[in-house]
Design a protein around this ligand. Structure first.
Ligand SMILES: [Zn+2]
Length: 138
């Protein structure tokens, strides 16, 4: 099951790699063009998730690998100023984990879309949302 056509996929990848666009913007445009509506950065929720689908009690975080300390090549710590970065990124990781735990406790479904596996993670989210939409409309 392929949600995005080849053309769309390459458009998306060029958007992600572009200078002035971020994965979050690309994710939002794909979700929107698939007919999903959402709120952004809801401050009243733990971790103020990037994208909130209230109807499906689902949130998505679109994470840059470096800032969120992902265990991939993009998430590697800089060698200079390493104490500073280690402290900063460790703090972010702890905050992320606490927010996800709190959201789950409150009954939210949480999806994380990582920069390095953007399309794969986003398709997982889209498949889930499509199932929810079918379920809600039947
Ligand atoms: Zn990564």
């Amino acid at each position: 099951m392929d949600i995005m056509s080849k053309a769309r996929r390459s458009l998306v990848m060029s958007k992600i790699r572009g200078k002035n666009t971020k994965p979050e913007m690309a994710a939002r445009s794909i979700l929107h063009s698939n007919g999903f509506r959402y709120a952004l950065h809801k401050k009243e929720l733990p971790g103020s998730p990037d994208i909130v689908f209230s109807k499906y009690k689902t949130v998505a975080f679109i994470n840059g690998c470096f800032w969120h300390g992902h265990s991939c090549s993009l998430g590697r710590m800089p060698t200079s100023n390493s104490d500073f970065w280690y402290a900063k990124i460790t703090q972010t990781k702890l905050r992320d984990a606490a927010a996800i735990a709190a959201l789950k406790t409150d009954g939210w479904r949480v999806y994380v879309v990582w920069e390095c596996s953007f399309l794969k993670d986003l398709q997982k989210l889209l498949r889930f949302l499509n199932r929810q939409r079918k379920y809600f409309s039947s």
